[in-house]
Design a protein. Sequence first.
Length: 272
Amino acid sequence: MSIAKKEYKRITTKSLVEMKRNGEKIAMLTAYDYTMAKIVDHAGIDIILVGDSASNVMAGHETTLPITLDQMIYHASSVIRAIERCLVVVDLPFGSYQGNSRNALESAIRIMKESGAHSIKLEGGEEIAESISRILSAGIPVMGHLGLTPQSIYKFGTYTVRAKEDIEAEKLKKDAKLLEKLGCFGLVLEKVPAKLAQEIAESISIPVIGIGAGSGVDGQVLVIHDMLGMTHEFNPRFLRRYLDLYSEMDGAFKNYINDVKSGDFPSNEEQY
Ligand code: KIV
């Protein structure tokens, strides 16, 4: 189905707020390298998130905690070289902003300066308000991330749905309002009940991008390896797979191996 929407030559933080105002949903995907980012950008995505999920899907770590600021800058600069239209948001990795607001600003500046990214994202609400304000005051656009915040996985203990209890739901609502008040241009809401997510999206003017947060928010984000079906051991309810690339690639690799071993590749036409 094609959807009538305003054509944007370049997506900016302003376009996103306008999209929310006009009721146009925002489509966001992760990407971590040049080739993938080029395809995603040409397809018309609104936002590429250079997520710290690179720690999982690119580097094979169990959590997002080990990825470093230098590694995030490497991924972000590869993505930036590929894109023409979308807005690029880069995660501040664990340990690069929790210490103090000066440390947070230095990390954000390194990302902007060394990768050419357009904005940064960081996890948390009230506890990191000072860091958010300091980064914003340097003119760097900030996206928040609330709900399930994977950098705090050892505090939560599990990746289950957050804010099912009233106390956590109330804090979440307060934090979302605070992020809006501080000047964030949007926020990611991860794995929270759909009704709560909708209530939050309706209560603030900045776009709320959900992952496992239902359909009542202003946009959706997925990890690209998951939606392409390259990973198949990860099966949360919120994940829609648009391809089964794992099987497609497995078949292609097997065919190649057979062709090489049988001498079928290269053929006469495939050599000089
Ligand atoms: O790092 C990431 O991919 C993310 C998304 C899950 C929102 O933060």
